[in-house]
Design a protein around this ligand. Structure first.
Ligand SMILES: Cc1cc2nc3c(=O)[nH]c(=O)nc-3n(C[C@H](O)[C@H](O)[C@H](O)COP(=O)(O)OP(=O)(O)OC[C@H]3O[C@@H](n4cnc5c(N)ncnc54)[C@H](O)[C@@H]3O)c2cc1C
Length: 533
């Protein structure tokens, strides 16, 4: 079968891929989107586990590009649940007639750049081929899920689910014996949701995480009207903060204020919705170990107050990392779950899991029997989805090999040696309230493609010196951040994936404001950091 030609191929139909499609189509380009799933939505298509919802304020998360869309759509809750977000993304796809450009059930396996004609040749599972001068990867930072590296996984006779591959039909857990592996953000949402329905729940914890209350609630009609009237201010606010959330870091240092003032501020943050306690905290909490210790002590006190059994509370208090140095899960009654008679916490550092058996899980001390096993074991973050495609750039260069050690990019939008490949939310881009970053990057990439078309260039790639300078800048930006000294998916560690045992910097942590400023400067000065042909 001859390849299907287009002006650009986009891989992924999540928030990034959908918006990039919308923007390129507006340039009059013929666009082919290839998506592994059977529908749009990305993260919100795949992660259907019980309790899945935003940690971003819903009204700060949606697309900002269409005033009509903003006025039409009504978020039901301040922190929307996954079904509502998926409904929203389908609404967007329908409103802007996007689906006709998307091929579903199309998992990309290879993408090869042809130096002779400056085109990308892309193949999907099952053998269909596509060809275009431009390749845009909108693979998502959290789309390559990982299973735990435990022997016997295939032997379990009950039902087993990874949270990122949850069935489309509800799973009946009433009265069932359920085991869950993992205690990250996803696990916390799942555990607090299913604990009331299951017969018995056993939680296998390796690393406890600091978690803070979400304080979600329904949006009242008055609030709805207020939100719709204030979108310009909401998005302006998100543009001012380094994480694109509505929460701004407090300029004071925790160590500069009195203990009473500190305590009062933390109590206030703990009682307020969303990520304020993480990204709107005192300026030194995520940079100064002494300030971080105080914040951790405050959070530990909260856990001790909420969990009745002191031994269980101690197990739930992280000892190997300080507050906020890993991605903070937000919870709704998570700690109280451990006061229920039908819930048990197993610390697998004390009693390691030896294997999965046909009946359940065997630890060094006990044999557990389950009807259902849940793997809440997360993702091979950021670079994982790239590694799962055989991407070859100029002269057959392998992206996977090139990125061993650390990714080499310019602004996180292009990789050295991979002409005409543009990445949305690739490594080394700013993070936080992600759709705000996505819109920025997609707009920037669209302008660059427009520049390319106007000048009739066939090929663009970043200059090696620009890549080297950006790499140095990215490393410098994390130097003072405590999180860079902690193992987590955000620092490239995943004990379930071979080779993911060395810390890497996977994002740009100099802040979204600075990222935007630098990216805009590159565009204004005529994209001098790139080689054009
Ligand atoms: C459970 C969960 C909760 C989250 N909550 C928040 C939150 O509250 N706030 C926030 O800002 N962010 C949150 N995130 C991050 C979230 O990923 C982003 O907000 C956003 O959805 C990213 O959009 P995306 O389009 O870039 O990637 P995705 O939504 O991941 O979409 C990528 C798409 O690419 C497809 N794809 C990947 N590889 C291939 C391939 N080889 N071939 C074909 N298709 C492929 C995938 O199937 C997927 O549909 C959360 C993530 C998870 C997992």
């Amino acid at each position: 079968m001859p390849p299907i030609d287009s002006d650009a191929i986009i891989i992924g139909a999540g928030i990034s891929g959908m918006y990039q499609l919308y923007r390129l189509r507006a340039l009059g380009m013929q666009v082919q989107v290839l998506e592994a799933g059977t529908d749009v939505g990305g993260t919100w298509y795949w992660n259907r586990y019980p309790g899945a919802r935003f940690d971003s304020e819903s009204w700060s998360y949606g697309y900002s590009f269409s005033e009509e869309l903003l006025q039409e759509w009504e978020w039901p809750e301040h922190f929307a649940a996954q079904p509502d977000t998926l409904r929203y993304l389908n609404y967007v796809a329908q409103k802007f007639d996007l689906k006709k450009h998307i091929t579903f059930n199309a998992r990309v396996t290879t993408a090869y750049f042809n130096d002779a004609d400056n085109h990308w040749a892309v193949s999907v599972e099952g053998g269909a081929h596509y060809r275009a001068p431009l390749l845009i990867t909108a693979l998502g930072p959290l789309s390559a899920y990982t299973l735990p590296n435990i022997p016997g996984r295939d032997q379990f006779k009950g039902k087993a689910y990874h949270t990122a591959r949850w069935p489309h039909d509800p799973v009946d857990m009433k009265g069932k014996r359920v085991g869950i592996i993992g205690t990250g953000a996803t696990a916390i949402q799942t555990i607090q949701t299913i604990a009331k329905d299951v017969g018995h729940l056993t939680v296998f914890q390796r690393t406890p995480n600091w978690a803070a209350p979400l304080h979600n609630r329904k949006i009242t009609p008055e609030e709805q009207a207020q939100i719709k009237a204030s979108y310009p201010e909401i998005f302006a606010r998100c543009r001012e903060t380094s994480t694109c959330f509505i929460h701004q870091t407090d300029p004071r240092n925790a160590l500069d204020v009195s203990p009473e003032e500190r305590e009062a501020f933390w109590e206030k943050l703990y009682s307020e919705p969303g990520f304020g306690i993480w990204v709107g905290n005192f300026a030194d909490v995520l940079t100064n170990p002494a300030a971080n210790d105080l914040a951790s002590a405050f959070m530990a006190k909260k856990i001790r107050q909420r969990v009745k059994d002191p031994a269980v509370a101690e197990k739930l208090i992280p000892k190997n990392h300080g507050f906020g140095t890993r991605r903070l899960p937000l919870e709704s009654g998570y700690y109280e779950v451990y006061n229920q008679d039908n819930v048990r916490l197993i610390d697998i550092n004390e009693t390691p899991i030896e294997c999965i058996t046909p009946e359940g899980i065997k630890t060094s001390q006990e044999q557990f029997q389950f009807d259902i096993l849940i793997y809440a074991t997360g993702f091979d973050g950021v670079t994982g989805p790239y590694d799962r495609i055989d991407i070859r750039g100029a002269g057959g260069l392998s992206l996977k090999k090139e990125w061993v050690g650390t990714p080499k990019t310019f602004l996180g939008v292009m990789a050295e040696g991979f002409p005409n490949m543009l990445m949305i939310l690739g490594p080394h881009t700013a993070r936080g309230n992600i759709p705000r970053n996505i819109e920025e990057i997609v707009d920037w990439v669209t302008d660059m493609i427009n520049h390319m078309r106007q000048h009739q260039y066939n090929r663009v790639e970043p200059r090696p010196d620009a890549v080297a300078a950006w790499g140095e800048h990215v490393e410098k930006a994390v130097e003072n951040l405590l999180f860079s000294q902690v193992n987590s998916w955000q620092t490239g560690i995943n004990r379930n994936v071979e080779g993911r045992d060395v810390r890497r910097t996977l994002g740009y942590y100099g802040g979204a404001v600075e990222y935007r400023r630098m990216a805009q400067e590159v565009a204004i000065k005529g994209y001098r950091e790139f080689l054009w042909r």
